[in-house]
Design a protein around this ligand. Structure first.
Ligand code: MEV
Length: 421
C-alpha cells in the first residue's frame, strides 16, 4: 500500500488520533502501534538488552512527515528529546517535496574490519597477504556462512604498511541488510592468526572501523525558491541567504561543526528509532567530514540553473534492518514497519534525507528570523499544556502567549481562563 506522508494539521490532533491515522496510512492495526509505542519495551526484554538494568528511560517518538525519496513517500519515526526537530524536518521536507522530493543512492552495504599486526618488518608482506586474498576471503566467509546465503560476504582485502612494524589489513564485507558489526568482527578474529602467519607479524586489534567510507549514502533535494519565503522575506532572498550560510560552513570549521550538528538532528532520531547504533553513525559522519584534513560541512547548498535551492550530501551510513536490537525491541520493529523500507540501503538514504531536511530548516530559520521564535512557539505549546489546555485550546493559548511575549505558566492560565469564558 502506498503511503502519503503529507498529513496537514497532524500536529493539532490528539496522540490517539495520530496513532490511528498513522496505522490507517500504513495499513496496520492500531493495536500493534499501541503495543510498540504505548506499552513498548518490557523490563524483561530490557534486562536482556544491556547489563545491570534497573528500569526504562523513555524518550518521545514522533513521526516526521512530507518526506518523499526517489518518488516514494515515507512516514519517518523520530526519537529525540529536542523540541522543534520533528517539526523542522517535516517543514523542510515539504519544501523539497514541492521540488519533486529527495533523490538518493546508497553504496553497497560494505562494512570494513581492521586487523592490526605488529612487528611486520618484511617489505614484501603486503604483496604476500594480497596474493592470498582468495583463500583469506573464503576463510572469512566460512567464519560467517549465513551472510553468503543472503547474497553478501567478504569481498576484498586491502593492506597498509603504517611504518615501524605496524601493518593493517582491511577486510571489506557486504553485510546486506545488517549493520554488520558482529559479522565483520567475527570474520576478523577468524582471519587474524592466518594473516599473522603470512605477514610474519603478531596479532593486535581486530575490530570494525566506523569510518564506513565504502558504505556512503548520497542524497539531494531541491526546494523551489518560492517555497522558502517567510512572511517578511521573499523566497529568492531567503535562498541567497541559505547559500551564504552554506559558504560560511564551508570556510569555517566552527560553523561547520554546528551545521553538521543540525544535520545529525535529523539523522540520529531515525537511527535511534530503528534500533541502530547512533554512536557509530556519529563517529563515521564526523570522521568523514574531516577527511580532507579540515572539518567541513557534510551538506552544501547552491542556487541551480532554475533559480531554486539545491542541497546535496554524502556521508557514511552503516545501518541495519535485521539483527541486534531490532530483533528484541518492539519499538524498533514497529518503526521499521512504519518506514516501509525493504533494505538497509533504503533506510540509510531516508535517515540522510531527514538530515538534509533538518539542515535546510535550520539554515532557513537562522538566515531569516533566527531559531528562537520557532522554539518559543513550541515551548509555548508545552506551557499551554502545563496550564491544563486540551486539544484545540493548546494552540489558542500558545498563540496568545507568544503574541503577548509572555510565555509563562500564569500567562497561559489567564489565557486559558479567558478562552473558556
Ligand atoms: C540546534 O539543535 C541546531 C542548530 O544549531 C543547527 C545549525 O546551527 O545549523 C540550529
Amino acid at each position: 500500500m502506498a503511503t502519503d506522508s503529507r498529513i496537514p494539521g497532524f500536529y493539532k490532533r490528539s496522540l490517539d488520533e495520530r496513532r490511528d491515522e498513522i496505522a490507517k496510512r500504513r495499513g496496520v492495526d492500531s493495536a500493534s502501534l499501541d503495543a510498540a509505542f504505548v506499552r513498548g519495551l518490557t523490563h524483561d526484554l530490557a534486562d536482556k538488552m544491556i547489563e545491570n538494568v534497573i528500569g526504562l528511560y523513555a524518550l518521545p517518538i514522533g513521526v516526521g512527515l512530507n518526506l518523499r525519496l526517489n518518488g516514494k513517500d515515507h512516514l519517518v519515526p523520530m526519537v529525540v528529546e529536542e523540541p522543534s526537530v520533528v517539526a523542522a524536518m517535516s517543514n523542510a521536507a515539504r519544501m523539497v517535496r514541492e521540488g519533486g522530493g529527495f533523490t538518493g543512492e546508497a553504496d553497497d552495504p560494505i562494512t570494513t574490519a581492521q586487523i592490526q599486526l605488529w612487528d611486520v618488518r618484511d617489505p614484501a608482506a603486503r604483496e604476500r597477504v594480497l596474493a592470498r586474498s582468495a583463500e583469506l576471503l573464503e576463510a572469512a566467509n566460512a567464519a560467517f556462512p549465513e551472510i553468503v546465503r543472503h547474497g553478501g560476504g567478504a569481498r576484498e582485502l586491502e593492506a597498509f604498511d603504517r611504518g615501524e612494524g605496524l601493518f593493517v589489513v582491511h577486510l571489506h564485507v557486504d553485510c546486506r541488510d545488517a549493520m554488520g558489526a558482529n559479522m565483520v568482527n567475527t570474520m576478523a578474529e577468524a582471519l587474524a592468526p592466518r594473516i599473522a602467519e603470512i605477514s610474519g607479524g603478531r596479532v593486535g586489534l581486530r575490530i570494525l572501523t566506523n569510518l564506513a567510507e565504502r558504505r556512503c549514502v548520497h542524497v539531494r533535494g531541491t526546494a523551489p525558491a518560492a517555497s522558502l519565503a517567510t512572511p517578511d522575506i521573499a523566497g529568492p532572498e531567503v535562498r541567497d541567504r541559505i547559500v551564504e550560510a552554506s559558504i560560511f560552513a564551508e570556510r569555517d570549521p566552527y560553523r561547520a561543526t554546528t551545521h553538521n550538528k543540525g544535520i545529525m538532528n535529523g539523522i540520529d532520531p531515525v537511527v535511534i528509532a530503528t534500533g541502530n547504533d547512533w554512536r557509530a553513525v556519529e563517529a563515521g559522519a564526523h570522521a568523514y567530514a574531516s577527511r580532507s584534513g579540515v572539518y567541513r560541512p557534510l551538506a552544501t547548498w547552491r542556487t541551480n540553473a532554475s533559480g531554486d535551492l539545491e542541497g546535496k550530501m554524502t556521508l557514511p551510513m552503516a545501518l541495519g534492518i535485521v539483527g541486534g536490537t531490532i530483533k528484541v525491541h518492539p519499538g524498533a520493529r514497529a518503526a521499521l514497519e512504519l518506514l516501509d523500507v525493504k533494505t538497509a540501503r533504503e533506510l540509510a538514504m531516508i535517515a540522510a534525507c531527514a538530515g538534509l531536511a533538518s539542515n535546510l530548516a535550520a539554515l532557513r530559520a537562522l538566515a531569516t528570523e533566527g531559531i528562537q521564535r520557532g522554539h518559543m512557539t513550541l515551548h509555548a505549546r508545552s506551557v499551554a499544556a502545563q496550564a491544563g489546555a486540551k486539544g484545540a485550546e493548546v494552540e489558542g493559548v500558545a498563540q496568545a502567549i507568544v503574541a503577548a511575549r509572555d510565555i509563562t505558566l500564569p500567562a497561559a492560565q489567564r489565557e486559558l481562563a479567558k478562552l473558556r469564558g
